[in-house]
Ligand binder design. Structure first.
Ligand SMILES: NC(=O)c1ccc[n+]([C@@H]2O[C@H](COP(=O)([O-])OP(=O)(O)OC[C@H]3O[C@@H](n4cnc5c(N)ncnc54)[C@H](OP(=O)(O)O)[C@@H]3O)[C@@H](O)[C@H]2O)c1
Length: 253
């Protein structure tokens, strides 16, 4: 993918990985818009020169209104990144966890599908473009303290594969970004081994610039998650990661 001449919308670009990739696309020469809910972050990004749009991916009307506003300003839009997501802990021994499940699935899975649906007719009409979906190493190697998160990301992986097949021959490609632990949104505190955001973004832009663009953007730090089943390390790694259940409030075991 030539990163220097795209017109990119990063939904979920107001912080963390999305904001960093928005900046990287812009410094590579692309035109970049970001969307999210946080008004302060949006106005700071507008001051940096980004097109900014309010969106709540859990709300059908908000997604449709943002889509209309984005396409009115950027009729040449060719790349949509579905970065929005929440990463929430859940204690499945407490039935009250279900509200977390609902929020997680609505934001991460249904939110991704809402945004893709909103822009699919436009990209098909253009006859060229890219959806970049965002999953996680946790889609392939569960992290037991975040069960609905793992389920949502495994679902986005499966959805991305099917979407790619359904859009074949339309000129619209689907690229799945699979981050490992990246030091954004407080991950550096939860996991001192989290990959620094800048290093992650540099590796991602390098992989994205390959021609043809890989279907999955796998930085080195995520390979052990992505291929654990194939490599026979899956059971051991899940057992090891289950030790992190101690981080759930009130859990001794
Ligand atoms: N950091 C990691 O270690 C890691 C690892 C694997 C995968 N990921 C995935 O990478 C993506 C970005 O994560 P991050 O670490 O950069 O987290 P982050 O800094 O918390 O960013 C999350 C983004 O999602 C947006 N968002 C959340 N709910 C939304 C909603 N209802 N409507 C619209 N936007 C919404 C937020 O924007 P507003 O608050 O402005 O709405 C923000 O821009 C997520 O999908 C995450 O699951 C992260």
């Amino acid at each position: 993918m030539d990163l220097s001449n795209r017109t990119v919308l990063v939904v979920g670009g107001t912080s963390g990985i999305g904001r960093e990739l928005a900046r990287r696309f812009a410094s590579a020469g692309s035109t970049v818009a970001v969307a999210g809910r946080n008004p302060q972050a949006l106005s700071e990004l507008a001051a940096e020169g980004f097109g900014t749009f309010g969106i709540d991916v859990t709300d059908d009307f908000s997604v449709a209104a943002s889509r209309d506003a984005v396409l009115a300003r950027y009729p040449e839009l060719d790349t949509v990144v579905t970065m929005s997501g929440v990463m929430l802990l859940e204690d499945l021994r407490d039935p009250a966890h279900f509200e977390t499940t609902r929020t997680t699935i609505d934001s991460n899975l249904l939110g991704t599908i809402r945004v893709i649906d909103a822009f699919t007719p436009h990209l098909i009409r253009r006859g060229a473009g890219t959806f970049m979906t965002v999953t996680s190493g946790i889609a392939f190697l569960p992290f037991p303290p975040m069960p609905s998160y793992a389920a949502s990301k495994a679902a986005v992986h499966a959805y991305s594969e099917a979407l790619r097949a359904q859009l074949a021959a339309t000129g619209v490609d689907v690229v799945e970004l699979v981050p490992p632990d990246v030091a954004s949104a407080g991950q550096e505190k939860a996991n001192p081994h989290a990959l620094p955001l800048e290093d992650f973004a540099t590796e991602v832009m390098g992989l994205l610039s390959q021609d043809p663009t890989p279907h999955e953007i796998l930085v080195r730090g995520v390979l052990m998650h992505r291929w654990a089943e194939r490599e026979g390390t899956y059971d051991g790694l899940v057992a090891q990661r289950a030790k992190a259940l101690i981080m759930l409030p009130g859990r001794q075991n």
